[in-house]
Design a protein around this ligand. Structure first.
Ligand code: G3H
Ligand code: 13P
Ligand code: ZN
Length: 309
């Protein structure tokens, strides 16, 4: 099966109250861990690539890895650009075989965000590629830029944005954030479901995206800390809140930090218990298994997309 777009995936997800996982990929073990889990759970999948991933692994290697995963699993997989910063980056991924791109104009003033998003939509749609836009800003660290506090999405603006740009999905800010420190120590995790429901009522049937949706599973934070790491006060989005969002209009849930954490915790533990290992396969095998376990956990606890491939 060739790469698919997210159109059909989102339609079914919206109608049936589940979401598709969008997992960031940077190397072979990550691609394999994610796709093995999706295959075991018969789940549709979005593999997403950031600018940092393209810089680290090179576009062509990532494309070939995803093609290998398609051939190996036969699953419906969409290949998505995560946080495209400008038209040129989106164009390069559209021309280079991606089936979905994100144009992240969220840091620009509203009218500029509309203009750049519309330009990407026109180029992408002419070539059968779908586009995710973003409105509102998440707190946290992204591309080395630290945004101190959330700038929640205005539902009325979301409606206008979708109408004027023609985007296929929209990332909104309701209190999630990138990275492993999503709430301050002692702060009660909460999301603005009122904003999500308002957007849903203004844009019925339209797929919403949640970024910064890792749960930062405490058992992995503990392992990192036990084996010499320093992740004080790491805290993520509770799984039940994400499940609630997936049952509503959220059709795509972005997860990267949880994969990083599972992989790093596993490698730290392995190296502590096998200090003389120096064959990368010895520690990358359990790391890949940890990714697989994490993705299965997401499919079951958060996404609800098992058996939907
Ligand atoms: O939202 C950002 C993703 O977690 C990708 O992170 O830019 O370090 O690859 P990255
Ligand atoms: P996390 O840092 O919560 O995993 O979010 C990832 C993300 O939104 C990628 O775009
Ligand atoms: Zn993101």
């Amino acid at each position: 099966m060739p790469l698919v777009t997210t159109t059909e995936m989102f339609k079914k997800a919206y109608e049936n109250g589940y979401a598709i996982g969008a997992f960031n990929v940077n190397n072979m073990e990550i691609v394999q861990g994610i796709t093995e889990a999706a295959l075991e759970e018969k789940a549709p999948l979005i593999l997403q690539v950031s600018a940092g991933a393209r810089k680290y692994a090179k576009h062509v290697y990532l494309i070939k890895l995803v093609e290998a995963a398609l051939e190996d699993t036969g699953l419906p997989i969409a290949l998505h650009l995560d946080h495209g910063a400008d038209f040129e980056t989106c164009k390069s991924c559209i021309d280079g075989g991606f089936t979905s791109v994100m144009i992240d104009g969220s840091a620009h003033p509203f009218e500029e965000n509309i203009a750049v998003t519309k330009k990407v939509v026109e180029y992408a749609h002419d070539r059968g590629v779908v586009v995710e836009g973003e409105l509102g800003q998440l707190a946290g660290v992204e591309d080395d830029v630290n945004v101190e506090s959330h700038s929640y999405t205005d539902p009325a603006q979301a409606e206008e944005f979708v109408e004027k740009t023609g985007v296929d999905s929209l990332a909104i800010a309701i209190g999630t954030s990138h990275g492993a420190y999503k709430f301050k120590p002692g702060q009660k995790p909460q999301l603005r479901f009122d904003i999500l429901e308002d957007v849903k009522s203004r844009l019925p049937g339209f797929p919403i995206v949640l970024h910064g949706a890792s749960s930062v599973i405490p058992e992995f934070v503990e392992i990192v800390n036990k084996y010499g790491g320093a992740m004080p006060d790491a805290i993520g989005i509770p799984e039940d809140m994400l499940r609630q969002a997936a049952k509503s209009a959220v059709c795509k849930i972005n997860i990267d930090s949880d994969l990083r954490l599972a992989m790093t915790a596993t490698i730290r533990e392995h190296m502590a218990n096998h200090p003389s290992d120096f064959d990368p396969r010895q520690y990358l095998t359990p790391a890949r298994d940890a990714i697989r376990g994490m993705v299965k956990r997401k499919i079951v606890n958060v996404l609800g997309c098992g058996g939907k491939a």
